[in-house]
Design a protein around this ligand. Structure first.
Ligand code: FE2
Length: 219
């Protein structure tokens, strides 16, 4: 089954789709690409204080719209959990995690400034999730320029799965991120590729990349 494990397609809940109309447009384009299931993973961060309830409310709205628009694609609900002191420790303490495919937890780092993690030590947080019988997934490490390659390999050795973005390969974040993503793939440490879909710019850039002979499924 062709599953996307990472997307920001729920309307008006984070920095992804802004309106229901835009959400439906994104889902429609992704269905044309061949996706059969999309996992909705809104950010939960200091800025975007989403909860299971706020995510479920938007998820139900988009699920209804997908059906009423006749789109043949399944939606699932999870979240992208940022390692920051404002949201992560409480979610873990209150057992509020929503695994992807009953197994995977998307645990992102701050994109530019690792000090936003406060006192959290990523390896310790990954091990807490593993001790729950779940599998941490680190999204788009190609975008974390402060993260050393040795640290990344340490996470992989501990059981963390690596997820790179199709948009990284397509050039959404520039040439350097593209090269870093390609080198992780060549090294064979990437377990998942995902859309991290936010808006129509992603559709256009990944769409152009597909039209120039690339494939979502043979990488
Ligand atoms: Fe994301």
């Amino acid at each position: 089954m062709k599953i996307d494990i990472h997307s920001h397609i729920l309307p008006g809940i984070d920095d992804g789709a802004r309106t229901l109309e835009e959400s439906v447009q994104l889902v429609s384009e992704m269905a044309k690409w061949g996706f059969e299931r999309i996992t909705c993973t809104p950010h939960i961060t200091k800025k975007f204080r989403n909860t299971q309830e706020s995510i479920r409310e938007k998820f139900d709205i988009l699920s209804d719209a997908v059906i009423s628009n006749g789109l043949d694609i399944e939606l699932r609900m999870s979240a992208e959990y940022r390692l920051n002191p404002e949201t992560w420790p409480e979610i873990l303490a209150q057992n509020q995690l929503m695994p992807i495919e009953d197994q995977y937890i998307l645990m992102e780092f701050p994109i530019n400034d690792p000090s936003e993690m406060g006192g959290l030590i990523p390896m310790e947080e990954f091990l807490k999730v593993i001790s729950l019988g779940l599998t941490p997934v680190l999204p788009h490490p190609e975008r974390y320029f402060y993260l050393s390659h040795d640290e990344l390999l340490g996470y992989v050795d501990a059981g963390v799965k690596i997820q790179s973005n199709y948009g990284s390969l397509a050039g959404v974040y520039g040439a350097e991120v593209r090269e870093r993503a390609q080198s992780l793939i060549n090294e064979d440490i990437v377990s998942f590729l995902a859309s991290d879909m936010h808006n129509m710019l992603y559709i256009k850039t990944i769409g152009d990349w597909l039209h120039s002979g690339n494939s979502l499924w043979d990488i």
